[in-house]
Design a protein around this ligand. Structure first.
Ligand code: FPP
Ligand code: MG
Length: 341
């Protein structure tokens, strides 16, 4: 990849760090346009489809994926009029995957609301996910761009593989960091990467810029899931918008626990391992494991690693000259690390 100008990039990052509080507020116009599209085009002959869709889609979503698509188009100088409409493809696919994920996890809360599976039941939630995924494809085919659709469908295939891999490792307290990274890359980072790459593809950007944006999204996406799994141990339901400590209760091994087990001294490690193996874990057992994870340095280590992925994502944009849009992409990737929910 071409190195544009390293000193400029360091300078940009330093200035951006100073102003994290306004990092997200500055995207309000984009969010409004994305939300308008989501509201306008979300219609169906079947009232239940609309009811579940509105409840799920129009809740407290971050709109990270559509925003990354829009900014990726802009950095490639593409301002076509259907840009925001196309951006909804990534929100539809993401929301479809969450509807299915909530059924798998028997989740109760999503985006600060009762999850669709709780309100309408598992069958309706799965079918709504199918509807949203189909909706995304029906918008996508209208673009009439095979590389765009190829990237999109490859991403959803990998997402599904990632989710199945995670499912196959439920209760696996011996999951390694490499296996964990493979899961989070596939289930989360690949779609975020596709949102950025598709922006470049639809803009007819040169191959180097397509690859730069794909790699930017991939690294930002890995950082996103690292922080998501960290917040599951550190946040509160009010702030996070979903219950915390969920991964442990779902018997899901994530990096905070992988690092904790690798760091505990032998006696403590044995105690935690035997608690994890016990099928009848009590609330006190969960609390005990949560406390070990919170107080052994694993979380700081993960935050540093996530920052490393964001720094790498920033480096991936070196092929692009300095611009306000480039700074926005860097701000957004930094927000992934600084976010509280
Ligand atoms: C949430 O992760 C879930 C995902 C990132 C991906 C889910 C993917 C699928 C269900 C397969 C693909 C589906 C479609 C429709 C293409 P998490 O459980 O770590 O996050 P959470 O804590 O928010 O539940
Ligand atoms: Mg889940």
């Amino acid at each position: 990849m071409k190195c544009y100008n390293e000193s400029i990039d360091k300078d940009i990052v330093n200035r951006i760090m100073e102003s994290d509080a306004s990092n997200i507020a500055r995207f309000k116009n984009h969010f409004d346009a994305i939300n308008r599209e989501l509201t306008q085009i979300f219609d169906s002959r079947v009232p239940l489809v609309e009811d579940i869709g509105k409840h799920t889609l129009l809740g407290d979503g971050k709109r990270l994926r559509p925003l990354l698509f829009v900014l990726s188009c802009h950095i490639c100088h593409c301002h076509r009029p259907d840009l925001y409409r196309l951006s909804t493809i990534f929100e539809y696919i993401h929301t479809a995957s969450l509807l299915h994920d909530d059924v798998l996890d028997n989740a109760e809360i999503r985006r600060k609301r009762p999850s669709a599976n709780q309100v309408w039941g598992n069958h309706a939630a799965v079918l709504e996910g199918d509807f949203l995924y189909s909706k995304a494809l029906s918008i996508g085919v209208r673009v009439n761009n095979i590389p765009f659709l190829t990237r999109l469908t490859e991403a959803t295939l990998r997402m599904t593989e990632g989710q199945i891999l995670e499912f196959a490792h439920t209760h696996d307290w011996n999951l390694t960091k490499d296996q964990y990274m493979e899961i989070i890359t596939a289930k989360t980072a690949v779609l975020i990467s596709a949102a950025c790459a598709c922006g470049a593809i639809i803009s007819d950007a040169m191959a180097e810029h397509q690859e730069s944006l794909a790699q930017f999204g991939l690294h930002a996406g890995i950082a996103f899931q690292l922080i998501d799994d960290l917040l599951d141990y550190t946040s509160s339901e009010r702030v996070f918008g979903k219950p915390v400590g969920k991964d442990l209760r779902e018997e899901k091994m994530t990096l905070p626990l992988i690092y904790t087990l690798s760091q505990l001294e032998t006696g403590e490690k044995k105690r935690v391992e035997s608690l994890l193996q016990n099928p009848g874990k009590t609330d006190d057992d969960y609390q005990y494991v949560m406390d070990r994870v919170r107080h052994n340095g694993a979380l700081g280590r993960i935050r540093n690693e996530a920052q490393g992925y964001v720094d790498h994502a920033t480096d991936c944009l070196k092929a692009f000259p300095d611009s306000e849009i480039k700074r926005d992409l860097i701000r957004l990737s930094q927000h992934i690390i600084d976010r509280e929910n």
